[in-house]
Design a protein around this ligand. Structure first.
Ligand code: SF4
Length: 523
C-alpha cells in the first residue's frame, strides 16, 4: 500500500489565491483594520509584500521588510525610508543581512500610504518575504573597487526585474535567494545562497560568472555547490530563471523543513542538477574551473578606501548590530549628499557605504558619522557583529538579540580596546539563522538552559565558521551560556586566542580549526 503524501497547508493557501493578489485586499484591510484580515492572508500571503506579524500578535503590529536591490539607495530613497520609520514605525529600523531594511510597529491601516510613498521613490516590498525570490543581493562596492573583475550590479538588477511580480515564480516551495558578486572579496555569501554568481576571469581572458547553487543555512545548513560552469553576464537571467523553475517544479511541498533548493542538490548531486538545467536551456553550458577565493575574514568594507577613479573614495561605516533608526536614515541621506554623490549602499554585514566621496570630504564625513554612532574607525567587534531581530519582535525567537549584541560589543570594546583582528560574531535568536551563526567565527544561538532555579535564556555556541576559501560551518561546543554571561564568555574566547595563537599572523579561524571540540569546551 502506498501512502499519499500530504502537502503542507500553505500550499493550499498559495494555490487558492496567488499571494501577489493580496495587494488587491490591502485598501480594504486598511479601512477595516487588523481584525478584518483573513487568517490565510495574515499568516501567509501578506508576507509576499514584506508584512510579517510581530510579537505579540494580539497587538496587531507588523514588521515590514523593504527590498533594496544590491543594497543601493539614493539619498532621496533613504530619506523616504527614514520618514516612513518616523511616521509609521516609531523610529525603528534595521539593516538586514540581505541588504534590506526592516521596520517594526507598522499598522495595516498605514500600509497603503507606506506603499505609495515607497513607490514614489522606486522602492518595492514585493517579494521581501514569502516563498518567492527575495531581495537580490550584490557587491556593495560594485563598480568601485580597483581589483573588481566585473561590475555585478547591472546583473543583479536584471535578475531583480525578471523575477519582480512574475507569476511564474510567485509560488515557489519556499524562499529563494540570489546573489551576484564581482569583486575579489566575494563578500555577498554566494556559498549560502540558492544561486551565487561569482566573478571569474577565464583562461581565455573573458570575464564571466562561476555558478554556485543550493546554499542555505537554517536548521540544516548546506554550502552551495559549484556546477562547474561559467556563464556570461547576458546568460545570467535565463540561467537563474531555469534554476528557479527546477526548484518550483521539483521542490518539496510537503515539509517546509525540506523545501529549500539545497535538498534537491543533496538528493540529485551537482551533476544531475547541471544536466537538468542544460536540458531546460537546450544547450550545454561552458565548463569552468573554480576562481581563487580569499579566506573572507574581512568582508566588511568598513573604513576609507580608494576607488578605481583617482581622487574618489568609498567610506564604510559600521552600525551597532544592524540598527539604523529613522533619524539616522535621514541624517545619513543628508551626509551622502553633502560629502559624496548622494549614493549609499547597505552591506550584507549590516553596515553602510558612502560612494564617490572626494578625498577632502572623507575625514569630515567620518567625523559627522561618529556623532550618529556610526563608525568609520570601528572596532573589530562593532564591524563584525551581526544580530537578527530576536525576541523583541520575532515570534520564532527564543531569546532577545539586539540588546544582547549591543552589550557584547560595548563590553568587548572596553575590555579589549587594542583588538584589531577581523572577527564575525553572530547573535541569533533561534536556529533559523537569520544572523548566520553557522558561518561566523563565534556563533551564539538562542536556547533554554534548565537550572535548579528554573528555565533560563541561554546561547548555544558555535566556533570557527567562515565563508570564503575553505568555507566551513562552526562546530558546536558542549556548552550553553546564560545570556547575561555571554559577553564574558566571548571575552574569554578572544583572550584565549590572543594568548595561544601561533604568532600575530594566525587567524581566529585557523586557531579554532587546530583545536578539537573537547579543547574548545574549556572557555
Ligand atoms: Fe527570528 Fe530566528 Fe530569524 Fe532571529 S533567526 S529573526 S529569532 S526567525
Amino acid at each position: 500500500m502506498t501512502i499519499a503524501k500530504r502537502e503542507h497547508k500553505n500550499e493550499r493557501i498559495k494555490r487558492e489565491k496567488d499571494p501577489l493578489d493580496v495587494l488587491g485586499d490591502l485598501e480594504r484591510y486598511a479601512r477595516e483594520g487588523f481584525g478584518a484580515i483573513s487568517e490565510d492572508d495574515l499568516n501567509v500571503r501578506l508576507r509576499w509584500y514584506g508584512l510579517y506579524t510581530q510579537r505579540p500578535q494580539e497587538d496587531g503590529f507588523f514588521m515590514l521588510r523593504v527590498k533594496i536591490t544590491n543594497g543601493t539607495l539614493a539619498a532621496r530613497q533613504l530619506e523616504t525610508l527614514g520618514r516612513i520609520s518616523q511616521r509609521y514605525g516609531r523610529n525603528t529600523g534595521d539593516v538586514t543581512t540581505r541588504q534590506g531594511i526592516q521596520f517594526h510597529y507598522i499598522r495595516i491601516e498605514d500600509a497603503p500610504a507606506i506603499f505609495r510613498e515607497l513607490a514614489e521613490v522606486g522602492i518595492t516590498t514585493s517579494g521581501a518575504c514569502g516563498d518567492i525570490t527575495r531581495n537580490v543581493t550584490g557587491c556593495p562596492v560594485a563598480g568601485l573597487a580597483a581589483d573588481e573583475l566585473i561590475d555585478g550590479e547591472p546583473t543583479a538588477w536584471d535578475i531583480h526585474n525578471h523575477f519582480l511580480d512574475n507569476r511564474e515564480f510567485s509560488n515557489l516551495p519556499r524562499k529563494f535567494k540570489i546573489t551576484v558578486s564581482g569583486c575579489s572579496s566575494y563578500c555577498t555569501g554566494h556559498e549560502i545562497n540558492d544561486i551565487g554568481l561569482v566573478g571569474v576571469r577565464r583562461p581565455d581572458g573573458e570575464v564571466a560568472y562561476d555558478l554556485w547553487v543550493g546554499g542555505g543555512l537554517g536548521s540544516k545548513e548546506h554550502f552551495a555547490e559549484r556546477l562547474g560552469v561559467h556563464i556570461r553576464p547576458d546568460e545570467a537571467v535565463e540561467v537563474s530563471s531555469h534554476i528557479a523553475a527546477i526548484f518550483r517544479d521539483h521542490g518539496n511541498r510537503e515539509s517546509r523543513h525540506k523545501a529549500r533548493l539545497k535538498f534537491i542538490l543533496i538528493d540529485w548531486g551537482a551533476q544531475k542538477f547541471r544536466a537538468e538545467l542544460e536540458t531546460r536551456l537546450g544547450r550545454r553550458l561552458t565548463d569552468g574551473d573554480t576562481p581563487d577565493m580569499p579566506v573572507t575574514a574581512d568582508r566588511a568594507h568598513v573604513g576609507i578606501f580608494p576607488q578605481k577613479t583617482p581622487g574618489l573614495f568609498y567610506v564604510g561605516a559600521a552600525t551597532k548590530r544592524g540598527v539604523l533608526n529613522g533619524d539616522q536614515m535621514i541624517a545619513v541621506a543628508d551626509l551622502a549628499r553633502q560629502y559624496g554623490d548622494g549614493t549609499i549602499r547597505l552591506t550584507p554585514t549590516q553596515n553602510l557605504i558612502f560612494l564617490n566621496v572626494p578625498e577632502r570630504n572623507c575625514l569630515p564625513l567620518a567625523e559627522a558619522l561618529r556623532t550618529l554612532d556610526l563608525h568609520v574607525e570601528a572596532s573589530a567587534f562593532r564591524t563584525g557583529t551581526l544580530a537578527c531581530t530576536g525576541r523583541q519582535f520575532c515570534k520564532l525567537a527564543v531569546v532577545e538579540t539586539k540588546s544582547r549584541a549591543a552589550d557584547i560589543i560595548e563590553h568587548l570594546e572596553a575590555a579589549l580596546p587594542e583588538f584589531t583582528v577581523p572577527l564575525r560574531i553572530s547573535v541569533t535568536g533561534c536556529p533559523n539563522s537569520c544572523a548566520h551563526y553557522q558561518v561566523c567565527d563565534i556563533g551564539l544561538v538562542g536556547d533554554v538552559l534548565q537550572s535548579p532555579q528554573g528555565k533560563r535564556d541561554a546561547f548555544r555556541v558555535f566556533l570557527g565558521g567562515h565563508l570564503g576559501n575553505g568555507h566551513t560551518f562552526g562546530r558546536e561546543l558542549d556548552v550553553k551560556i546564560p545570556v547575561e554571561e555571554a559577553k564574558h564568555y566571548v571575552e574569554r574566547v578572544v583572550r584565549t586566542y590572543l594568548d595561544h595563537r601561533n604568532g600575530v599572523g594566525e587567524s581566529f579561524q585557523n586557531f579554532i580549526a587546530r583545536h578539537d571540540v573537547a579543547a574548545l569546551n574549556v572557555f
